[in-house]
Ligand binder design. Structure first.
Ligand code: DGL
Length: 262
């Protein structure tokens, strides 16, 4: 069935999930909405994140999507259950897949979670990890400086590396072998994060595991697409900035990026 998969994020972070979708399910049409104009969601009150998430989901519902990926940890933590209740297409978030991948990977059961203030305060990862492994130890750290760097497209800069080094300092007192990038923007900083830990930690981004869930659901519902199409991207922010990150991160030349307002 050639209806698109809807993907949402507060900005460009969900492109890290789109990259894996395109790799493993190249025939799936994708419609993406990034709410860059109102990014970051992380420091906002839950009611606001919920409302902004619903704005994006309603628009995608009107465009006729066959399933929705909430490719934003903050929105997943706050809105996943309610979105599932209100819409009749399948909806998946990124927290459960990320927790599952980390528990599978960690040998010591000691896991660090990096996320936005909203995600860390929600304790959604602690709950998801403990459901899978009740005796796991979780060290959580909010990294509020990371998302603005990525949204500005400065993730390759030396300043980004310095911010990563400074932000991750508090984790040095803890022992863990696995780190969850609990924000979809963070894989764009992954090289810096890996270098910070001297390549000694397993780094988990939920994107790959999320795509495993997408594939299973579409397969079970007999809704996998067979004809390849290029994705359509909508942003509430700057088309030029969004385009340059799509070109850099997804290697799509002249991507179809459009404006959306709510
Ligand atoms: N990419 C988002 C996440 O996964 C949100 C970042 C933000 O808007 O603060 O949490």
């Amino acid at each position: 069935m050639n209806a698109p998969i809807g993907v949402i994020d507060s900005g460009v972070g969900g492109l890290t999930v789109v990259r894996e979708l395109r790799k493993y399910l190249p025939n799936e049409p994708i419609i993406y909405i990034g709410d860059d104009a109102r990014c970051p969601y992380g420091p906002r009150p839950s009611e606001e994140v919920f409302q902004f998430t619903m704005d994006m989901v309603k628009s995608l519902a009107n465009m006729g999507i066959k399933m929705l990926v909430i490719a934003c940890n903050t929105a997943t933590a706050i809105a996943l259950e309610e979105v599932r209740r209100q819409f009749d297409f399948p909806v998946i978030g990124v927290i459960q897949p990320g927790a599952r991948a980390a528990v599978k990977t960690s040998l010591t059961g000691e896991i660090a979670v990096l996320g936005t203030l909203g995600t860390i305060n929600s304790k959604a990862y602690d709950q998801a990890i403990h459901l899978l492994q009740p005796d796991a130890t979780v060290h959580s750290l909010a990294c509020p400086e990371f998302v603005p760097i990525v949204e500005r497209g400065e993730y390759r800069s030396p300043a980004a590396r310095a911010t990563v080094d400074q932000t991750l300092q508090p984790l040095h007192a803890s022992s863990f072998d696995t780190v969850i990038l609990g924000c979809t923007h963070y894989p764009l900083l992954q090289e810096h994060i890996e270098e910070h830990f001297h390549q000694q930690k397993q780094i988990i981004s939920s994107a790959v595991e999320t795509v495993v869930d997408v594939e299973r659901i579409l397969h079970d519902q007999n809704k996998l697409s067979i004809v390849a199409e290029e994705p359509i991207f909508y942003t509430t922010g700057s088309i030029e900035k969004f385009k340059s990150i799509v070109e850099d991160w997804l290697h799509i030349s002249r991507p179809d990026v459009r404006t959306i307002t709510f």
